[in-house]
Design a protein. Structure first.
Length: 159
């Protein structure tokens, strides 16, 4: 076999193996950024992978196909077709290829520290579990101001 790389009559080696091209799985995420309570008016602020998920909703309204059933100062209760979720501030729901939603950490948002039983945010978890968020969600102008006020209010309530 001739190994001279400058030989003009040299033939190629083995053909490269065929590559299997996988398309990346489509992943949807929706994170609870904060909660605003003003008297009897309650609004939960969400962020997500879809621009439609970046909104504020009131109880009874939907986001990402999930209905907001109840809003508390540190979490919301969301209901899907077959499941009900307890989503603390700073946590997210994630799904791949329109599959079932699963609780996950919110990427790019402050992490939540939970004192619950670790059941993944399902409704059957410890009802006394609370989540605490620190930091801000980044650039956002009015949203940063709202989050700052929410965090100050939460700090006062926890004392």
């Amino acid at each position: 076999m001739d190994r001279n790389i400058f030989n003009s009559t040299r033939s190629g080696g083995r053909p490269a193996p065929a590559r299997i091209t996988r398309r990346p799985a489509r992943v949807d995420t929706i994170a609870l950024v904060g909660v605003l309570e003003n008297g009897s008016d309650q609004i939960a602020f969400f962020d997500g992978s879809n621009p439609d998920y970046r909104c504020g909703v009131r109880p009874g309204q939907t986001v990402a196909g999930l209905t907001v059933q109840e809003i508390r100062f540190d979490k919301v209760y969301l209901a899907g077709d077959t499941q009900r979720w307890e989503l603390p501030v700073g946590r997210a729901l994630r799904r791949e290829e329109n599959g079932p939603w699963e609780l996950s950490e919110a990427v790019g948002l402050p992490l939540a520290a939970s004192s619950g039983s670790g059941n993944g945010g399902r409704l059957d978890s410890n009802p006394d579990a609370r989540a605490v968020s620190s930091g801000s969600s980044g650039p956002g102008g009015a949203a940063d101001e709202i989050l700052r006020k929410l965090m100050e209010r939460r700090a006062r309530e926890e004392q």
